[in-house]
Design a protein around this ligand. Structure first.
Ligand code: ADP
Length: 261
C-alpha cells in the first residue's frame, strides 16, 4: 500500500516515474521484513547452543562434575556447542559483511582449491568411509575470486559429506566452457524432496532440523553459496532424488589464464 499524497503528480512526473516509486516502496518493505525475520531467526539460533552450554555447565557445577564419566560427556557437549556457536557467528558475519560483494580477482588452480577444501573434511570422510573422486584436470586454472570460490566449494563439500550415507561417494567435477566455470558436487546421500529443493537456499531453512544440528549445521551454508554465486553473476542449481543423492552445479563467468601458476 502506498500513500498517494507523497507522490507529487502535479510536478511533471511521468507515469513511468510514478511506477518506479511504487515499486521501490514495496521492495524496501520486503527488504525490511526479511531483515526483521533474519534477526528473529538469528536470535533463536543463537539461543539454542547458549542454552545448552549454560545448562550443562550449571549441572556440572551443581555436583555432576564429581562423576568423571559425566564430567567428560558434558564437557564434550559444551565444547561441541561452542564450536557450533562460533560457526554460526562466522556464517552470520559472512552474510552481513558488505565485502561479501567485493570481488578480488586472481588466478586460481582449481584442483588444488578442491583438494585443500577436502583436507578439512579428512576425519569425517574417513569415519564415514566416503569415497571421494576429484575429476578436475590438474592444470585447470581460472581467474576468479579465490576466497569466495573456496567458501562455495567448502559449503557444498560439507553437505555432500554430511548428508551422505555410510560408504557413499562424492564426485567433484569442473570444466571451463566458453568463459564459464561449471563446477558440480555430486553425492550419493539422502537426497532432497522436490518440494523443498527451492527452499534449501533460504537462510536457516533445513529439511530436517535435528539432522542438520547433529551434523553441526547452521542452516546458512547454502544461503551463503547462493549469495556469493549471485554476487559473482553466476548460478547454482540442485538436482536431487530422495534416497539416491544430490548434485549441486555452480556456473560462474570466469576469466581464463593458460599461463603456468
Ligand atoms: P545446514 O547447515 O543445515 O546443512 P545448508 O544451508 O547447508 O544448512 O543446507 C540447508 C538444508 O538443505 C540442510 O539442512 C539439508 O536439509 C539440505 N541439504 C543441503 N545439502 C544437502 C545434500 N547434499 N544432501 C541432502 N540434503 C542437503
Amino acid at each position: 500500500s502506498v500513500d498517494a499524497s507523497v507522490i507529487p503528480l502535479n510536478q511533471g512526473i511521468s507515469r513511468l516515474q510514478v511506477l518506479v516509486i511504487l515499486y521501490d516502496v514495496t521492495y524496501l518493505r520486503q527488504v525490511e521484513k526479511m531483515q526483521l525475520d533474519f534477526v528473529g531467526n538469528v536470535s533463536h539460533e543463537l539461543k539454542t547452543p547458549v542454552t545448552a552450554i549454560a545448562g550443562f555447565a550449571e549441572t556440572l557445577l551443581n555436583g555432576a562434575k564429581n562423576d568423571p564419566a559425566t564430567l567428560n560427556k558434558f564437557l564434550g557437549i559444551i565444547f561441541d556447542e561452542s564450536k557450533r556457536l562460533t560457526q554460526l557467528i562466522n556464517d552470520i558475519l559472512t552474510l552481513s559483511r558488505p565485502e561479501t560483494n567485493r570481488t578480488v580477482q586472481a588466478t586460481v588452480a582449481l584442483k588444488k582449491l578442491v583438494d585443500d577444501a577436502l583436507r578439512n573434511l579428512d576425519k569425517v570422510i574417513k569415519d564415514k568411509q566416503i569415497r571421494v573422486e576429484v575429476a578436475i584436470a590438474p592444470d585447470l586454472q581460472v581467474v576468479t575470486d579465490e576466497r569466495k570460490l573456496t567458501q562455495i566449494v567448502r559449503n557444498l563439500l560439507n553437505n555432500a559429506v554430511f548428508y551422505n550415507r555410510l560408504a557413499g561417494h562424492v564426485t567433484i567435477t569442473a570444466q571451463v566452457v566458453s568463459d564459464h566455470l561449471l563446477l558440480a558436487v555430486a553425492d550419493t546421500g539422502i537426497g532432497i524432496p522436490e518440494a523443498e529443493q527451492a527452499r534449501i537456499f533460504e537462510r536457516f531453512y533445513r529439511v530436517d532440523k535435528a539432522r542438520s544440528r547433529h551434523n553441526g549445521g547452521t542452516g546458512l551454508g547454502l544461503a551463503i553459496v547462493a549469495e556469493l554465486v549471485k554476487g559473482m553473476d553466476g548460478r547454482v542449481v540442485v538436482n536431487s532424488q530422495v534416497g539416491v543423492g544430490s548434485t549441486f552445479t555452480v556456473t560462474l563467468p570466469v576469466g581464463q589464464n593458460n599461463r603456468p601458476a
